[in-house]
Design a protein around this ligand. Structure first.
Ligand code: HEC
Length: 128
């Protein structure tokens, strides 16, 4: 009986360790650090990685801009600068079909320029 229970335990832990989607990026130290900064910066009342809250899902934001970079529509520098500016000043217009036209409030100077840059790079890294 003991052996049987051990066998089940190994089966179960084996399954969760190699879960269908493989190891989630969300568990990497870089992503955890990024999320911690985002929580401190009070972004997470309106954003999540996977789903829209009030603002668009950050995975979708990342996918859209990395696609623009890949297709040559925009340079990486331009995208970074654009996101930093938007996070700092807030605004609306890029995600109307997702948000129904909500605006992001300005986050600067509550969040420092340096941390805004870190957050922009973190969000871009999600779907690189
Ligand atoms: C009160 C809600 C709210 C908060 C707080 C908020 N956001 Fe947003 N965010 C939004 C909305 C709404 C949009 C969609 C804007 C648009 O349509 O262009 C958005 C869009 C974005 C985008 C995509 C910008 C674009 O032009 O594509 C990024 C990146 C972003 N937010 C990051 C952040 C970060 C980082 C923080 C924290 C410092 C933050 N947001 C805090 C509501 C919020």
């Amino acid at each position: 009986m003991k052996k049987f229970i051990l066998f089940i335990a190994i089966l179960v832990s084996g399954c969760s360790a190699s879960g269908a989607a493989g190891p989630s990026k969300q568990d990497s130290p870089a992503v955890r650090a990024g999320l911690l900064l985002a929580e401190k910066s009070q972004c997470m009342s309106c954003h999540k990685l996977e789903t829209k809250v009030i603002g668009p899902a950050w995975n979708d934001v990342s996918a859209r801009y990395n696609e623009e970079i890949r297709s040559g529509k925009a340079s990486e520098n331009d995208v970074e600068a654009q996101l930093e500016k938007k996070i700092a000043m807030g605004g609306k217009g890029n995600w109307i079909s997702v948000t129904g036209g909500m605006s992001m409030p300005p986050n600067y100077p509550k969040v420092s320029r340096e941390n805004i840059r870190k957050l922009a790079l973190f969000i871009l890294s999600l779907r690189k």
